[in-house]
Design a protein around this ligand. Structure first.
Ligand code: PRP
Ligand code: URA
Length: 209
């Protein structure tokens, strides 16, 4: 059964509302994306395996809990996913980073792949795809297809905003991939932009428009 986790939290709603505002500039946009990604990273790594080891505090002995050596890889979908890398690494500094370059063709709205580089041992890792926007789901599905083709089958998806259409499409194509989002918006417009959304995430992160 595919799982969707929506982070329902006042801090996230507050930060996301500032990001959505058209007058919010690149510097604040990046900073807020990073901060929300840290909170998403906590949730997406909640099921990491742990083990107990005896430790000693200045007061007493106790069983401390540590993360087992489950290796994690994060895979930002270029460009906009890059804006989530620092935030994720702040929470999980030992994660390795791969990159998948995809852009949506403006006419066909279909994803076009232009770059692919992932860690050599990616198939042994839990992989977490990062992309602020899940719109039609075309880019996410293409990225997951690329990873599965290379034998990577332990995959999660982390987004800032998702459209119901994108969630449905990813869950239909890849029911084994759990999705974590800060917010689910209303729908897509005719150009497949998320309504109300925040516009073009890549342009807002990199200031290209
Ligand atoms: C955006 C976004 C996703 C994709 C989502 O990237 O970052 O990757 O669109 O749309 P979809 O769910 O309909 O595929 P874009 O194609 O604008 O590329 P960019 O990040 O390089 O600007
Ligand atoms: N990509 C974006 O950056 N924004 C949208 O609303 C849809 C796709």
């Amino acid at each position: 059964m595919p799982k969707l986790t929506v982070l329902d939290h006042p801090l996230i709603e507050h930060k996301l509302s500032i990001m959505r505002m058209k007058e919010t500039g690149t510097k604040d946009f990046r900073q807020l994306l990073s901060e929300i990604t840290m909170l998403l990273a906590y949730e997406a790594t909640r099921d990491l395996p742990t083990y107990e080891k005896e430790i000693e505090t200045p007061i007493a002995k106790m069983k401390g809990r540590f993360i087992s050596d489950q290796k994690v890889g994060i895979i930002p979908i270029l460009r906009a996913g890059l804006g989530m890398v620092d935030g994720f690494l702040a929470v999980h500094p030992t994660a390795k980073v791969g990159h998948i370059g995809l852009y949506r063709d403006h006419d066909t709205l279909l994803p076009v792949e232009y770059y692919f580089k992932i860690p050599d041992d990616a198939s042994e890792r839990e992989l977490i795809l990062l992309d602020p926007m899940l719109a039609t789901g075309g880019s996410a599905i293409a990225a997951i297809d690329c990873l599965k083709k290379r034998g990577c089958n332990n995959i999660k998806m982390v987004n800032l905003i998702a459209a119901p259409e994108g969630i449905e499409a990813v869950h239909t194509a890849h029911p084994d991939v759990d999705i974590f989002v800060a917010h689910v918006d209303e729908k897509l417009n005719e150009q497949a932009y998320i309504i109300p959304g925040l516009g073009d995430a890549g342009d807002r992160i990199f200031g290209t428009k």
